[in-house]
Unconditional design. Structure first.
Length: 202
């Protein structure tokens, strides 16, 4: 009985640990421009701290993954005018931008029903030892509810001088611990995908 409880707890921890998976992804089939060697990372958020933390994670992961790509955090405050951003990127010689935005944070309730392990009838008259052995193996676990938080994030890679994205993807990140933890997990997933599509210079 104790072994089954331990295994159940281990499986529960595995199921609820932080992970990022793609919900959807798309790549421009007609793009023939090859790998990109200068990428600006832009996290769209009204919270400067969240934006900087997320951009730091993407830039760090991008720098560690690629040798030929340079990444930049461009703006202390994001301009509202897209033309202003594009002009600034061109002045810096940047050829592409990876734009990341939070779409939603979903809260899902998961209920785990109660469980109890049954053994033979207790041996009350046989003394402490036998009764304790029976009690030790007959354990009741009450039901409980767990909240699973899911961050839904959209990422898009754009060439500065080309209409339409080169690549887009939506990720679901489960059980993240703050914006830095979520951004780290998403960055790793997204950059592996871009590398696999031969969109990043190595």
């Amino acid at each position: 009985m104790r072994l089954s409880l331990i295994l159940g707890f281990a499986l529960l921890c595995t199921a609820f640990r932080r992970s990022t998976k793609f919900a959807s992804r798309w790549v421009e089939p007609d793009y023939k421009g090859g790998a990109i060697d200068n990428i600006a990372v832009i996290v769209v958020s009204t919270n400067p701290q969240v934006r900087r933390v997320a951009e730091d994670e993407f830039v760090a992961n991008l720098s560690a993954k690629t040798k030929g790509a340079s990444s930049y955090m461009m703006f202390e405050t994001l301009p509202e005018d897209p033309a202003t951003i594009a002009a600034t990127l061109r002045e810096k010689g940047i050829t592409a931008a990876l734009v990341i935005k939070l779409v939603n944070v979903r809260e899902d309730k998961v209920y785990t029903p109660p469980s109890v392990g049954y053994t033979t009838m207790p041996t009350y008259s046989y003394g402490f030892g036998p009764y304790y052995g029976h009690a030790y193996h007959q354990v009741y676990s009450p039901g409980y509810e767990t909240t699973i938080s899911t961050a839904v994030v959209e990422s898009a890679l754009y060439s500065i001088d080309r209409k339409g994205p080169l690549w887009m993807g939506t990720t679901n990140t489960v059980n993240f611990e703050g914006s830095s933890d979520a951004a780290r997990s998403i960055a790793k997933k997204v950059l592996v995908e871009l590398e696999g599509r031969n969109l990043l210079a190595r």
